[in-house]
Design a protein around this ligand. Structure first.
Ligand SMILES: [Zn+2]
Length: 444
């Protein structure tokens, strides 16, 4: 048997969808599953590409994993490329009732399996347990629920709550997930409040903090009201560093000069301005001596404080932030696809990410169909050059979920000089998925 835990990457077009598999220590030979994000569900991307509504349910059932319930569904943040597929999964379970009553075939057995314990469908006595035990979700409504802010109008948990409530009208379960019940109804934050259960032996939360979430909501609200927002306060370090040096202009990289020497603009370009992305639940999953860093669409900067600005031991796997966007991995975006490593304080930040958060395997939820394909070419180029310059870096492979463009392959291999090319060619670039529909997974 392959070593546990496993991270299964489910191809989710331009979204994220992952499954963590690990032993259930309370029942011999049983396994537990955490779903991390649901992908974009039935979002249509183009005339030639469509993900059907029930594809995630079908995908989970098509594996040999015998999944019949999910201990946790973790929706990292409220963007559709992470949420809609999770909603669709729950909708599919509910709609399966219809196919059952109209004589649905093989779906019936899968459905009963997922609803194991539901007496009306399955003559097993005992509590009727909803097939998902716990849901984590960091939208901004959970800040209001915890009285951290006065008002919020996020549709995320609102939609999810309505969906779950609709489900109970079909099936009166005895146990039912309450969103963020693990977190006393509040946000999933770092550090974990004393009032919530201890996950430290499985999941160490690495971001965000409660204060960061409140700041992000304030920023989002201001922007919705038309007030220009600057970068979040913890992203201003580089800007303030520059402003503290009158002669800093001489140190500016040429790409910043292209945009003018507006330091704020430059700093904003460096960081991801999306409040929802930055609210992502980030966590280190550890089990059986293996460690996997899950990053959502969050930001590398948040991770530094989670690890007290020190470099943790290499991980087995790191899920690269935000589909490999250069914004969230501290590589500057350029119009010509050339990786720019900003100097001075910014440079420290850039060099730090892949040097600080080392792993044997990096995975990128990538989408070559998007008009601006993820990962950003700058990220691939930078990874290639950094790994080539660090012969002792533990990296063995970089995985992509949806194929890699020829441009990306080239960028990775040609990022190094001829003297270091051997290092890069020794790092496997692996494509986890070819094709356009959910049907693939990858084990680690
Ligand atoms: Zn995303």
């Amino acid at each position: 048997m392959a070593a546990m835990p496993k991270l299964h990457m489910i191809q989710a077009t331009y979204g994220d969808c992952m499954l963590l598999e690990f032993p259930d220590t309370s029942v011999a030979s049983k396994k537990k599953f955490w779903l991390v994000d649901g992908g974009p569900g039935n979002q249509t991307r183009s005339a030639t590409f469509k993900v059907t509504n029930n594809s995630l349910f079908a995908t989970l059932n098509s594996t040999s994993l015998n999944i019949d319930r999910l201990e946790r569904v973790i929706i990292t943040h409220n963007d559709r490329d992470h949420t809609y597929g999770a909603y669709a999964l729950i909708s599919t379970l509910k709609d399966a009732k219809i196919s059952v009553t109209t004589g649905g075939g093989s779906e019936f057995l899968k459905f009963v399996s997922w609803l194991n314990g539901y007496t009306a469908m399955n003559p097993i006595t005992g509590p009727k347990k909803f097939p998902i035990d716990h849901i984590w979700f960091n939208d901004f409504n959970v800040l209001k629920a915890a009285s951290f802010i006065d008002e919020a109008a996020d549709k995320g948990t609102g939609w999810l709550f309505a969906l779950l409530r609709d489900f109970t009208n079909y099936y009166p379960f005895d146990t039912f997930p309450v969103i963020n019940d693990d977190w006393a109804g509040g946000p999933v934050v770092m550090p974990k409040p004393d009032t919530v259960p201890d996950f430290s032996n499985i999941a160490k939360i690495t971001g965000p903090t409660k204060d960061q979430l409140v700041t992000l909501w304030t920023s989002k609200k201001r922007r919705m009201l038309g007030v220009k927002s600057g970068p979040p306060p913890w992203k201003q370090t580089a800007l303030e560093y520059k402003k503290s040096k009158e002669d800093a202009t001489a140190e500016m990289p040429s790409s910043i000069e292209k945009w003018g020497t507006d330091l704020e603009t430059a700093t904003n370009r460096l960081g991801d301005p999306s409040e929802t992305n930055l609210s992502s639940i980030m966590f280190e999953f550890s089990n059986s001596g293996k460690r996997i860093l899950m990053t959502g669409d969050g930001d590398g900067d948040t991770l530094y404080s989670a690890y007290n600005e020190t470099s943790p031991d290499p991980f087995n796997i790191i899920k690269i932030c935000h589909h490999g966007s250069c914004h969230n991995n501290n590589i500057m975006h350029t119009t010509d696809g050339v990786a720019i490593v900003p100097r001075e304080a910014i440079q420290n930040s850039v060099q730090r990410f892949f040097s600080t958060f080392r792993a044997e395997k990096y995975v990128i939820s990538s989408d070559t169909l998007n008009r601006t394909p993820n990962p950003d070419i700058e990220t691939v180029t930078y990874m290639g050059s950094l790994f080539a310059s660090q012969p002792n870096h533990p990296v063995k492979a970089v995985y992509f979920t949806n194929g890699m463009t020829y441009k990306s392959w080239r960028a990775f291999y040609y990022a190094s000089t001829s003297s270091t090319a051997t290092q890069n060619t020794s790092i496997a670039l692996k494509v986890l998925k070819h094709g356009y529909v959910h049907q693939s997974k990858a084990d680690f």
